[in-house]
Design a protein around this ligand. Sequence first.
Ligand code: GLY
Length: 302
Amino acid sequence: MTILYGVVVHGGAGSPAELSDGCKAACESAFSLLEAGISALDAVAEAARILEDDGRFNAGSGSVLRLDGKTIEMDAGVMDSENNIGMVISIRGVKNPVLVARAVIATPHVALSGQGATAFAKKSGFAPFYQVSELALERHKRVKQLIKEGRLGEENSRWKGYDVDTLWNSDEVSYGEVFSSDTIGVVAMDKDGTTAVAGSTGGSSPMMLGRVGDTPMIGCGFYAGPACAVAATGIGEEIIKKILAKTVYDTVLSGDDIKTACEKGINMYPHEIAVGLIGISKTGYAVTSNRGMASYALMREG
Ligand code: GLY
């Protein structure tokens, strides 16, 4: 198989198949941009924006809450094989973190965080935005219940053996309720053979304020180079520890096809750690996860 151009979209490790219609809409939109000769970078940013606006995914309008039950902090990253890189970390009060990350590319920096990222977004014309989705409220309720029952660590391995009250880092005492490691991600290759990746997330709850996962970390949640583009999803802490996206990239460099490389990436984790990967190269594409994962792919093959 030779891929002339194409797009792959995922809705997060553990996302139900019913959400594939959202992935399809985002994928079709990005694919039509590629057909029109638009760059892979702009195509992945557009697909990620559509998923952020969908409201059913843990990104943008659907972002989950922090443990205080009211704060939304989001992460996003974009990259292409031309070495264009933009990241926003713990950004608040914007609708589309991925577009802010895309805008960071035009600055002297590659990453902006916290208040500075939000101020940059405002200065760049992104309207203030705050919305708590039904999904976020539902998840917050679940987390609260688990904390109350002292079972947080049972259902989330990251919290095993930790005391939420000791670690809690906000004056607010209201715990959010969430279970989520979902993130949205897109990889694409354009007609010039340039690859690109975009990822966006509200984080993997339950989370302390300021917690950052893999999604805005180059080489962890995303990587794009001449060989392929890779996006990861799942428990950010575990993905970071294995520098997952770059590890998969390097596996392709050493001769594996993208599907084999992604499968090897997933197989580095025990089943209890939710993880997913998508990738695209000139010779194929991959959608792999140790959970269900809504996804969609469109390719023009030659
Ligand atoms: N994979 C998203 C996160 O852990 O934040």
